[in-house]
Design a protein around this ligand. Structure first.
Ligand code: NAD
Length: 243
């Protein structure tokens, strides 16, 4: 029997990564759910396995190349890599520390580059890499380091797509708008509510909505789409003021 295609998802202990692991498992992939938080990853994966879904847990930091390589080598094939691990924090530009800036780039950019490169080295024609940018890549106040990191992910995605297209590996990015995950729920409730009001629909997206777009770009049917960034933000990125 041909083994199922295998999808690796970083940042899969919670939020968008976890919803993506579940979506891809339901869509026919064997999924390796990767995260650095063992205490959250293992119960989350156990809950998916209890539903009969083929999901494995791998505790791994996205900034650790050797650990990433070991996880990828633990399965016979690498068909899809979704780079969903990321961090967010805010600070006014004038107060932003160099340490916070470097840490944001380390996790969000280097932590996308390393799993994408290790996966691409092991992929056959038909491989798919999906990065996670953000509507924040377009700009915003009080998170210059996050904006810089997510703009870098968009650029990295385009560059990877150009170099990998000859090998028929497609590389695309999903740019979520404000999404209801532990990341955004870590803000005080009044701030979460204020952010939600700024959305065109007045609501945060669910992680499942974002996972659906990621699954689309991971599908074998989308081989002619590469280097693109798909905004999944209810239209907020369109800008403009209207009545
Ligand atoms: N929630 C939003 O509104 C939103 C909007 C746009 C983009 N995003 C992006 O979507 C992605 C997922 O966000 P989320 O909201 O689900 O966040 P989340 O904080 O709920 O989950 C992120 C996961 O990444 C993991 N992670 C962080 N650093 C890691 C590392 N070094 N190695 C391994 N795992 C690591 C965390 O342990 C966590 O499980 C992130 O890249 C984020 O920037 C989120």
């Amino acid at each position: 029997m041909t083994p199922k295609p295998t999808a690796f998802v970083t940042g899969a202990a919670q939020g968008i990564g976890l919803a993506t692991a579940e979506r891809l498992a339901r869509d026919g992939f064997e999924v390796v759910a990767m995260d650095r938080q063992a205490d959250r990853l293992e119960p989350a994966v156990a809950a998916l396995c209890a539903q009969g879904l083929p999901v494995l847990a791998a505790v791994c930091d996205v900034c650790d190349r050797a650990a990433l390589a070991a996880v990828l080598d633990s399965r016979p094939r690498v068909d899809v890599m979704v780079c969903a691990a990321g961090i967010y924090n805010d600070a006014a530009f004038l107060d932003l520390t160099e340490q916070a800036f470097r840490q944001m780039l380390e996790v969000n950019v280097v932590g996308t580059f390393l799993p994408a490169q290790e996966a691409a080295r092991r992929m056959q024609a038909g491989g798919r890499i999906v990065t996670i940018s953000s509507r924040g890549a377009l700009g915003g106040t009080r998170f210059a380091h996050y904006v810089a990191s997510k703009s870098a992910v968009v650029g990295l995605t385009r560059a990877m797509a150009m170099e990998l297209r000859a090998r028929q590996i497609a590389v695309n990015s999903v740019a979520p708008g404000f999404t209801d995950t532990p990341m955004t729920r870590s803000a005080p409730p009044e701030m979460f509510a204020a952010w939600e009001k700024l959305e065109p629909s007045g609501k945060a997206a669910s992680p499942e909505v974002i996972a659906h777009a990621i699954s689309f770009l991971a599908s074998p049917a989308t081989q002619f789409i590469t280097g693109q960034t798909l905004f999944v933000d209810g239209g907020k990125s369109l800008g403009g003021l209207s009545i």
